[in-house]
Design a protein around this ligand. Structure first.
Ligand code: GLU
Length: 271
């Protein structure tokens, strides 16, 4: 049974980029006669606002996009993330890290704390021990994708220095707990997928199939994001905003139901 989801982070109101993801994931779920779930990814609590969560849900419902099951909030699921981290820890797949963000830098993590914490240093974060070698998967929109996570990202953080769980862990745990079979989301997350596949394997969880759609870009060619204050979708004229989202997905229809046959022929049913 197909189970899909839309998983916005409530850091701002819904913008056109998120509406496109919501519409694409809804169309794919309905085209497979499957369920479509909404999950609010507020795991990064300092960046999230309850009023944004409420506004995202209100906007979705104006577009006729209703979660088939109760909306879940990551901030209420920390026990699940803790259990997953404990299980990785029991299997020796995580280690404490004392590096500050500055010392760890923006590039791949050097693995400085892999052999153990330097004497006298306290643990700040907890990192996943990434196995060497390439990680490959087939994306329904983009075809084969390979990334060497050990080289390109290094041992990534699962529990942050400020005590919050990292998106990579929360998303993997929730997709499995909600029995998500198909993920449809923006191409900005394509290079996160290999890290998520590694975590799924380490936790003995099934891997969903993935479709990463084109990203809606702002006027300067930059990714639309809530943090950069992308304009909210026009709630006063949902039909016009929906037509724009559908047109962006190269669908000629003007409504969600009309778009279904076109979506199904573009992205044929996927096991
Ligand atoms: N919460 C993420 C975001 O808003 C999306 C995560 C996902 O779809 O896996 O960018």
């Amino acid at each position: 049974m197909y189970r899909g989801r839309f998983a916005p982070s409530p850091t701002g109101p819904l913008h056109m980029g998120s509406l496109v993801s919501a519409v694409a994931s809804w169309l794919d779920a309905r085209a497979h006669s499957g369920a479509w779930l909404v999950r609010l990814e507020d795991v990064d609590e300092p960046r999230c606002r309850p009023q944004c969560a409420a506004s995202i849900l209100r906007t979705l419902s104006r577009f006729g996009l209703h979660s088939d099951e109760e909306v879940v909030l990551q901030s209420r699921r920390k026990d699940l993330y803790r259990d997953a981290l404990d299980s990785l820890s029991r299997n020796g797949l995580v280690y404490p890290c004392a590096c500050s963000r500055k010392a760890a830098g923006n590039g791949p993590y050097s693995g400085a704390c892999r052999p153990g914490l330097p004497p006298g240093r306290l643990p700040r974060a907890c990192r996943f021990l990434v196995p060497p070698g390439p990680v490959a998967f087939h994306d329904r929109a983009r075809g084969p994708f390979t990334q060497n996570v050990a080289r390109d990202a290094g041992d990534f953080v699962l529990l942050r220095a400020d005590g919050y769980f990292a998106y990579q862990l929360a998303v993997v745990v929730d997709d499995a707990a909600q029995r998500i079979t198909h993920i449809v989301r923006g191409a900005d997350l394509l290079d996160n997928t290999p890290r998520q596949l590694l975590l799924q394997q380490a936790l003995h969880l099934p891997s969903p199939t993935y479709l990463h759609h084109e990203l809606v870009l702002g006027p300067a060619g930059a990714k639309l994001s809530k943090q950069t204050r992308a304009r909210p979708v026009d709630e006063l004229d949902p039909p016009a905003a929906l037509r724009r989202a559908l047109a962006f997905l190269k669908l000629r229809a003007a409504t969600l139901d009309e778009a279904l046959p076109e979506w199904s022929s573009r992205w044929p049913a996927h096991p």
